[in-house]
Design a protein around this ligand. Structure first.
Ligand code: SF4
Length: 370
């Protein structure tokens, strides 16, 4: 099968005990059938622990309360891996943060940015990232049932155009225009799909997207970056935040608390928020390119969800929402710490993605805010 792999994929190596946002904490660990069989065959103390530390409900998981995995030791290493080797640990732990999507014709491979080191690699490589293509056996099962190759190629072409347009972004105006053109394209494509106009979706996607890039959308423009303070406030009052964050994701919890306790009333005034946002962008001119690249990476990983759900609008707008949320966290963090280094940015991306990208409920709430 044809593999398309993000250029820094092969260089990834987990930093294990050195990682300050270690992924053995903060989420449930899914156990698949093979893991279950392997663990059930284990005898002795380890066998007892394996059954005691997992639950069988609608899903079989380790760490059901999303605290720290009981198999992590005081040196922040995995005792299952130490005792039984890498092949013994759950499949989810063996794969993470490798992100595979098999679309039938090809498989795409990324490093998920919820991993701190993955986010660091992304920030240091984003100017030169590309998809490396080669033949190999698929590493995952098909992720959907659609086999409409023309539609997949059309999505691929549109994604290339959006990515190209985002790579060319040099300033705030260019970013805002590009986002509005993407939104315009998403709306036209959505309308075409509803009306059964498959020609619009597949026959000439380059032309369709180019048309949107050349359309004056200024009369209908929403402030897509930075979002108005009121939109951010709505997003912060979704299930994105919850009290359990304190024990499951403390870094994100503290940032959210800063928002509610200190910044909410500041950010509520549009002019103050606009000043803070502009201030940060002029202090860190490269930030805009990072944010555009963050959206590019989102499109790489998630735009092809449209192949299954035909939700052009949702899949594009969710990327814009995530980009705005990361930016707001950066504004708050920088105000608090007077610093925003590359590793601090990576940490913000990692904790945000860990929370927002893995819950359809949170994403539903956020999408409704727009
Ligand atoms: S978050 Fe990434 S670097 Fe950190 S422990 Fe997990 S896989 Fe390793």
């Amino acid at each position: 099968m044809k593999i398309r792999e993000i250029s820094f994929h092969k260089n990834f190596k987990c930093t294990a005990s050195e990682c300050s946002e270690n992924c053995c904490h903060g989420w449930q660990i899914p156990i698949n059938k093979d893991d279950f069989v392997r663990f059930s065959n284990e005898n002795g103390v380890l066998g007892l622990k394996l059954s005691a530390y997992s639950i069988i409900g609608s899903n079989y998981v380790f760490n059901p309360n999303s605290k720290t995995c009981p198999f992590r030791n005081k040196d922040r290493l995995c005792t299952l891996q130490i005792k039984k080797g890498h092949d013994f640990i759950p499949q989810a732990c063996r794969d993470y943060p490798r992100f595979y999507r098999n679309y039938g014709e090809f498989e795409e491979r990324y490093i998920d940015l919820s991993c701190l080191h993955g986010a660091e690699m992304f920030l240091s490589e984003f100017e030169n990232m590309y998809l490396n293509e080669y033949e190999d056996e698929a590493g995952s099962k098909p992720c959907g049932t659609n086999d409409d190759a023309d539609f997949l190629h059309a999505l691929d072409n549109t994604r290339k155009m959006m990515i190209q347009a985002l790579y060319e972004v040099k300033d705030l105006n260019a970013l805002t225009n590009t986002l509005n053109h993407m939104k315009r394209y998403a709306e036209l494509a959505q309308e075409a799909f509803i009306n059964g106009d498959t020609g619009y979706l597949t026959e000439n996607p380059f032309e369709a997207f180019a048309f949107c890039m050349n359309t004056d959308t200024s009369s209908e423009d929403l402030r897509l970056f930075p979002f108005p303070a009121k939109t951010l406030e709505k997003l912060m009052y979704t299930r994105f935040y919850g009290d359990r964050l304190k024990t499951t994701q403390n870094t994100l919890y503290k940032l959210c608390r800063h928002y509610y306790d200190k910044y909410e009333h500041i950010l509520y005034a549009e002019d103050k928020w606009a000043n803070m946002a502009r201030g940060l962008l002029s202090k860190y001119p490269y930030l805009l390119r990072h944010l555009a690249a963050y959206l590019i990476y989102y499109l790489y990983q998630y735009y092809f969800k449209t192949y299954e759900d035909y939700s052009f609008r949702r899949n594009i707008l969710m990327g814009i929402i995530h980009m705005n949320m990361v930016f707001m966290l950066e504004v708050i963090y920088e105000n608090e710490h007077k610093s925003l280094t590359s590793s601090e940015k990576a940490r913000l991306i990692s904790v945000y993605n860990r929370r927002a990208f893995f819950s359809e409920l949170i994403m539903d709430d956020m999408y409704k805010c727009l």
